[in-house]
Design a protein around this ligand. Sequence first.
Ligand SMILES: [Ca+2]
Ligand SMILES: [Ca+2]
Length: 241
Amino acid sequence: MPQIGKSIFTLLCLIALGLVVSVPARADVVYISPFVVQPSGQGVVPTVLTLQHSGNNTTEMGAVIRGNGVDVLLFPNPTGDVVSGVNSKTIQFSSLNTSAANLGIFLDIVEPGNDGALTLTSLTLTAYTNNGMVLDIFNYTGGPLLLTETPGAGGGRSDHVFGLTGDQAARLQAAFAANPDLRLGLAASFTGVAGGPEQFFFGARNVPQTPIPEPATMILLGTGLAGVAARVRRRRGVSRD
Ligand SMILES: [Ca+2]
Ligand SMILES: [Ca+2]
């Protein structure tokens, strides 16, 4: 697609995201911290958006929105970065069993490139009714954010988490109280992408993180287990030698 056409298409997508109704976008989504949850694959966590860059393209962008009672995928990139099916779908807020204040937008990076990092350039959480009316829009406006994948992780393990500011969480909670069918959609974009797919899923932020053993710890752990096994064998008078 020519550059001008791409720009217009991107603009149309942004209009579809933010200007369908006159809800002003605000700086409401904030980066919280690294956060490791594992497993975090399909069917285990409520995945909302999965992006996969194409070929040598180093950007990833796309969105899943709600319209007329069905989910709609938006592909601002002509390469089509949104992975369809269960990988990208709006999520009913009630199914998350968490408060808006405790809502986590988890990111599972898969970035096997040299730097193991990518840069998040935008992130927008949108609340809809089930039939697609926009209730509220929450934007990350913190500027380009360099994010590194948890070493040795790959897919199926989240790396970072975002959340809502306190006052905006209260807005979402109020919208949910008034609209029990409230659904959440997501839009995101990255640069510096060499791998993928990148997966976003929702969850509670007050869950325990998955401990990631350091390599040295794992060696010690292995040695310790071998020692325990040897003692057990001696105690039982069993020898495999
Ligand atoms: Ca990961
Ligand atoms: Ca990278």
